[in-house]
Every structure is written in structure tokens, then in C-alpha cells.
Design a protein around this ligand. Sequence first.
Ligand code: C2O
Ligand code: CU
Ligand code: CU
Length: 874
Amino acid sequence: MRNVLRRRLSVFAVGAVFLAFAGHAVAGTVSIAPVKDNTLFSEDGALSNGAGMYLFAGVTNFGGLRRALLQFDIAAAIPAGATINGATLTLSLSKSNSGPRTVVLRRVIAAWGEAGSDAGGEEGQGGAAAPGDATWTHAFFDTDLWISPGGDLAAGNVATSVVGSISQDYVWSGAGLTALVQNWLDNPQVNLGLAVIGDEAGTGSTKRFDSMQNPTVSVRPQLDVDFSALGATGACCAGDGTCTSVSDPGSACDGSYQGSGSTCGSNPCTGATGACCTADETAACGELTQSACASQGGVFQGAGGSCAASECPVVLTPYVDPLPIPSIAQPVSGIGGGVATYDIAARQITAQVHRDLPPTLLWGYGDGASGATTPGPVIEASVGEQVTVNWINDLRDSGGQALTKHHLDVDLCPHGASLGETRTVVHLHGAHTAAEFDGYPESTTVPGQSSTYEYPNNQLPALLWYHDHALGITRLNLYMGLAGFYIIRDDVEGALGLPAGEFEVPLMILDRRLRADGTLEYPSAWQEHFHGDKILVNGKVWPFMEVKPGKYRFRVVNASGSRTLTLSLSDGASFQMIGSDGGLLTAPLTLSEITLGPAERADLVMDFEAYAPGTEVILSNSAPAPFPGTPGVGVLPDVMKFVAVAGTGFTGAVAASLRPFTAFDEADTVVERDFELAKVADVCTGSAWAINGLGWDDLSEFPLLGTTEVWRFINRSGIMHPMHVHLDSFQIIDRQDFTVVNDEIVPSGSPLGPAPAEAGWKDTVQVYPNEIVRVITRFEDFKGRFAYHCHIAEHEDQEMMRQFETVVCGDTGGADGVSATDALIALANAVGAGPCMTCLCDVDGGGTVTATDALLILQSGVGQPVTLGCNACL
Ligand code: C2O
Ligand code: CU
Ligand code: CU
């Protein structure tokens, strides 16, 4: 998907090929695919990746070198005697362990091979070399050695380029490459290919590119060559569909001559087949020529690709299913909307997600004795009125047997994934609640078990959402459908006269990938992000909703695993934003688009009063994936459709002022903490996302209850991370760009305050690449361990989730007197002069209690659970 722009341009260039100049000079550009490519792995001379879909260059975090080799048959694509005017190699980066690094091309001077080795998985560790594969030691395994291990290469770089960390195309060109291609055209016997050499100084520079075996044709390596030739040429198609360029009038062609000016770059040979997908819900595939595919109304996936290698996407008609409105949860006791107790069970169900698809097996939540929906039923609550929920894990097969296997493949690499496949635990996102009721990711239940959670609702009215949070498999459980709405209200908000009843509609928006048989598609091995190719709203793919003339209040949550959404109306109409994660804003904001990262919410009022019945407006999305990415790349533009109908709508005005807001005072800050967001190497998955290089088991933040802290999220990666903190909502102070100088973060430019749409209470904040975002909060009420994490579910599952423990002064670590643990906590809070210090003794006699005292207490207290401090706070 991400190469659409470049490939369009190159198709354009080919289309414009062979502009005849005066005389017989002919010019053109051909895009040449490699004839072979492979990767060398330094750890072992028997590793290779000939048939793999990726190429690697650089050094892993553990010091393993990777070099990629590529070879292009220049002489087959360009007429002999032509002049090469320019050449550009394009490689598509699909994964990076590092920031920008120089990657060079060098000329290979010995013949080498590509055979059937395939590393499998993420491919970073290489696979067993097959006979004939190039390896670090062998040009052809296991017969011909290189003279120099790592490949026989000519001195000097042919071309140089800086490869960043964003998945996109990178190019190499210049005089050196042009001259080399000319040489290869004139002397085909010396064309032994190129080596792609990454930054081999130090470690952790690996870049992963897509290879010629990648199932996505558009991301394969490509050499675009611009040339002029004396005398016209044309493409010659052999019986098997191979194409060579011969001179006009084609007398040298042993096959069918395609005419003067035709070129092999655009694959004109009728014998050249490729996968042809039907553009419908059957997602059928046939191997056809491009023209045969077009005449059958199919979508050609590129010459050379086979049906086995390219799974056809299901193409569904948008806007044929009405938007489902989730039901309101019914309590088992108490009063719905007030103090009440609910039994809510996670169950396996089937549901039709689109008119033209068979039912899909999903997991949902149900408030009755059987059945469930996804999204689950809406829990309505009121400020200060406690809701109790018995969260039941009732995941069973159709015969009633408890499930022990997940419906999706569980990659055991992510932290905690091996603890059981059908674990669930429910977190109420945005809730201010005790640690034991927060859905601690390790406090999971298995089918047949349940947990009773209490939600006091002592917080501002807002749209929260409940979702699964099981350690290591949250992304899978969320993808299966374990999510629902929870709405807290109060009288003040009720008195504002906002659209209500049928005019207040929750919208849960997320992306999925579906097969023609209705089943969910999700990678079996952990990947750093996953983007579906369909958008579902309240459980249906691209639904429509009939709207009466008037205002609707849409309570939107982006429940996607990885996808960010930038929502707007197709007619350009503006709408009002009245609330965000933490509830109402101070006053309505008029917007024409709103960007929501995973887990963010928006409370939007859209007015359809002016639309004549029959008018249709699309709610569309323009956010690239991955995000922020490249404009237009990876976008799924359709979300849902509004169809205006006649009737009586809600026409009241939106109040000009909604709710007062008091900003925290930065001067009250007792601790400022830094959180660096960056990718690290992982032996199992290849890479993982970490916070300060640490993961879930590394507990190092002990906020003191009742105190104010500033957290600085520092994003040292190429994608936006939506950072979420449990327990207490925060306020955004500012955002500032930075650069990295000698591995140090150096802020640049001046800090900017939050955008109006994020100026209220937030629990999830978008942290952009190379940006420091400062948030401020006060930790209140509940002692214990809480999660904070990136809400990209794939990141959260693979170490971009950590925990903090809120403490009180004195005996912070448990009721054992002021002990070494407490001193450790005091020490951890002693950045500056943490308030916990006052609970300890001035053991070094310096006159005040400092971090040194805490350290001394800690050292003397190792192994002694005795009273070490002054106990003044007890
Ligand atoms: Cu919405 Cu910790 O999650
Ligand atoms: Cu949360
Ligand atoms: Cu992330």
C-alpha cells in the first residue's frame, strides 16, 4: 500500500517512454525487478534467506552483521548500445531498529547464488542455507567460498543514502550508479550485482527491506533506469512470457514482437501472468494475464505473482448495513444508571459483520444468561453512585466446553503470552478506581472464573470504555471484540440540554481484516503494528445511519489496535467538539476534523438540520497508517455514511459554556519523570518497544499519593505513540520538538501548549516522533500498582507497558515498619527532595534528610526487615 505514490509515478514514466527525438534516438525509463536477492548473516556461514520476503543490512543489537545482495539483468531490459542517463534503486524499508543510518551500495565482484532458504517469521536471524545459496562464507553454499567472508566487493561506494526509521521507500542514485549500470549494459559478464551495506560501526543499526519474494509486489526492490538508444527497439515476448528488448523491426525476436517503442518495463507479454483478484466478497484468485484480468473486471496484482503468494482482499460494498446501536446493560440488582450490580460475561459468539459475508466468530460481552455482543452493552453510571460488575470469563465453545485455546494464534514471545491462551481481565479505561479493580494485566481469569470489581464513579462525567487487558495477549483479545462503552453522567451535564436519547449515539470505531469465509485475519507472529483493511463501527463494516434534521451527539472511541483516525465529513461541514477523554471541554469547539489515536475519545455534536432528505454524507478518515507516516499512504478513507431522512430532529442549541476547568499549578510538582519511547532488540520477536529501555517487570516509579507530578514522554521513534496512564487523568502542559546530539536529547524550538481539542482532561496523549510531551497530574486516593503504556495494542503487548506504584509516606512498602523497601521508595522519589524524605532519619548527620540518607538506610537495611527510619509518618 505504502508504495502507491512512487509506483504511480513510475508507471507514468513508463507510459511516457520512448518519446522519439529527431533522428532515431529513443529515450525511455524502464523499471527493472531483481533476478536474485539474498542476505548474508555473519553469525554462521550456513545462514541465508534466499526465498525470504525480506533483506537486511546493518548490525543487530547483538553484533550480528547483515548484508543484502541484489542483481538486476540490465542487458535484458535495455537495448545494447544505449546510453544510460540515470539509475535509481528503490528499496522499501519495512522495519528498523535504529534512527537514520547511512546505507551504501557496493559492487559485487564474484558470482553468488540464491536458492530456497527461508528464515521464516521476522527473518532477522536467517535460515538454514540451501545448496546454492550465498552465505557469509559461501558465494554458493556449500561448494564455492568467497575470497573475503561477507562477500567479495569492489572498493568504494557506488551510491549512498540515509535510511530513516519510517517504513517507506528509500532511494539510491547518482553518477556512480549510472556509470555502473552503463558498464553492466556494455559488459554483461561483469554484472554480478550490488551489496547493500548498512552502518557496520557499533551495534543496533539493522534495516529490513522487502525482497523480490515479498508477496506485495509494489514493495519489491526496483531499479529504474533512464536511457537513450540509437535506433528504435521493441519488446520481444517469448512463448513463456519472458520479455527481451530487441532492435526494430524485431527480426531478432524469437517470439512475438510488440512493435517499435514497446518496452519490457511495463510487462506487455501476453504470456506473463500474475494473480488476479475478483473485486468482490468472494476474494477469488486466478492466475491471468493483465489484460485478461482487466477484461474480467479483476484487480491485477502484478506480473509474476502467484495466487499462492498473494491472498486476495475481500472487497465489500460499503454502506449496506445499518449502524447497530449497542444496548444498555441491564443490572442484576440496583437501578440502571445509578447504584447497581451487573453480571457481564465474555463469550464466544458469531455475528455477521457485513451483509455479504458469512458470520464471523468473535468474542463479546453479554449482560444476560447467554449471548453477547461486540461492542458489549453500554454501562450507564452516575457520578458518586457505585457500580459493581461481576466480570465473568465465560469463553466456551458451542458445546459449552471452556475454551483453552485462543481463536487466534498466540505468539508466545510477548511478555506473559505463555501464561494461558484464554485469560481475560477487564480494565475500565479512564476510571479512577482501586488497584484491585483496575484490571491489573496479571490478574487474569480463565473460563469459569470471575472477578467482582467496584467502580465508585467519584470522577467527572465522561465516556469511558471497558476492554480486555490480559498480559501479552491484549491485542488478540481486543481484536476478537472484547470492548464496550461505559458512560458516567451527572445532573450538571444533564442540565446542559445536549442531544439525548436517540440523538446521543456511541460510536466504537476500529479496523479489522476479514477473509471471504468471514473469519478474522491477524498475523500469527507478533508484529509491531497491524492495520486492518476494513473499518467497523459498532461491529459492522462501513455501516450507514439515517439521521433526522437536527443535532446528534456522537460519543466516539477509537478502539483500533494500531490505527489512528482523522475524522471529517465528506462535504467539508464543520462540527462541534464538546468533550474529550476526561469529559466535557470548557466550551464547544468548532472543528472540521479530529484526530484520535487508539483509545482516545471525542464527544462530537454534528448538525444535520440543513440536509434535505436523501442527502448522504460520509464520515471519512484521512490518517495514514502507520501514523503520522506519509500523507495518503495506508489510509482507509471510508468510515460510515449518514443519510438524511425526514422527521423531527433535535434542534436545541449547544450551551456556550460546558464545564469549568482548573489547570494544575506546575509549581506544585514534586517529581518530574522522563519516559523515553524507543525500540529495542528482542531475541524472540526481533524487536520490542520499551519505555526507558525497560518493560513490564521493571518497577521504578513510586508516585506519592496526594502529590503532583510532571511526566515527560520523549519519542525517539518514527511513529506516534498514544501514551495512556491508569488511575488519574492528566492535563497536557506542552509539546516540544527535539533533536538527538551525541545521543543526548536536545529540545529545539519553543514549547507549544496543547491544541484546543486536547486542552481538557486526558488519559491518553498522542506523542509524535521527535517530540517531548509534558503532562501533569495528581495521584490520588488509591495505593497500589497501575499500568501506564502505549495504547497501540501491539506495543502494549510487547513491553511498551510498564507499571507505577502509588505509595504513601512512611511505611510505603507494606505494614512492616519503615524498612529497606520504604527507603528504596523514598530514594526513588528523591529526585530533587522528594517529600518521602521527611519520613526517614538524617543518618549521615548532614542536618537534613536527603537521598544520601535514604541510600544509607537502604544499604544498612538489606536483609533486615527492621525499623530503619524515624517512623514520623506512621
Ligand atoms: Cu485502555 Cu491500560 O488501557
Ligand atoms: Cu486505562
Ligand atoms: Cu507505541
